[in-house]
Design a protein around this ligand. Structure first.
Ligand SMILES: [Fe+2]
Length: 197
């Protein structure tokens, strides 16, 4: 079954994010969904045609993680934003992990924001390591380089220029501050709760 474009129009009017910025971003996201479906179809067709040894097949394989993650990371990003944010203290498990692993919420925030301020295009992701029960803020280059295996992404920030340039120009730090004020901690908590202890 093909992947479907999810609707995030409920975010329109979000403080710090103009509707133009968000609508452009939704359009860009839909391109990743279309390309993910296209790659799945093309690879399936090549399997049927016995062309899996062709260099074209290998290139589609290489491309897949880039398009798929481009799709899924945007979904995680949009859905961890809200117009009605609650304080992080209400996300009990996430809050405890911040204290346990970073010493304080402030330290977590400092680490997350500094990761986002790095030069380059990509994502900042708070990953929950299922095995060690620890959280890490990591940098993912573009969509596919730097992910942590066996970990669950619980908080996702887009730091490609298209995510903020329209609104903030080069003031990336201001964009990250707006993002931080709009995090849906309920959603982040839900993501960590999916993992059985
Ligand atoms: Fe994006």
């Amino acid at each position: 079954m093909a992947y479907e474009v999810k609707n995030y129009d409920g975010l329109l009017g979000l403080k710090g994010f103009s509707d133009i910025l968000l609508k452009n971003h939704f359009t860009l996201y839909s391109g990743y969904v279309a390309n993910t479906n296209k790659l799945v179809d093309k690879m399936n067709a090549m399997i049927k045609e016995g062309k899996t040894g062709e260099p074209e097949y290998a290139e589609l394989k290489r491309r897949f993680g880039w398009e798929f993650n481009g799709m899924r990371l945007h979904e995680l990003y949009f859905s961890n934003l809200t117009k009605d944010p609650i304080s992080v203290e209400h996300a009990k498990k996430v809050h405890k992990k911040m204290i346990d692993d970073f010493g304080s919420v402030e330290n977590f925030e400092k680490d997350f924001k500094s990761s986002g301020a790095m030069r380059g295009i990509g994502w900042v992701i708070t990953y929950y390591d299922i095995s060690a029960k620890k959280i890490f803020n990591i940098w993912v280059n573009e969509h596919d380089v730097g992910h942590l295996s066996g970990c669950v992404p619980i908080l996702v920030l887009d730091v490609f220029e298209h995510a903020y340039m329209v609104e903030y120009g080069l003031k990336k730090a201001d964009y990250i501050t707006s993002f931080f004020s709009a995090i849906d901690w309920k959603e982040v908590e839900k993501r960590i709760e999916w993992v059985k202890d």
